[in-house]
Design a protein around this ligand. Structure first.
Ligand SMILES: [Zn+2]
Length: 54
């Protein structure tokens, strides 16, 4: 289990998950990137579908 950096809900991380994997928080729907698996470290994924200008 990891913790959503947006809403602090618990996010399920698969046992075979790898760093860099993208997950979606069931609670707030945010896209999260698995930065590290041991210990689990989740960060908000960069918005890939939207163009923020930079
Ligand atoms: Zn969340």
């Amino acid at each position: 289990m990891g913790e959503c950096p947006i809403c602090a809900a618990e996010v399920e991380v698969a046992n075979d998950a790898i760093a860099g994997e993208l997950l979606v928080c069931d609670d707030c729907g945010a896209e999260l990137e698995l930065k590290c698996v041991d210990p689990v470290d989740l960060a908000e994924a960069p918005a890939a579908e939207e163009d923020w200008g930079q």
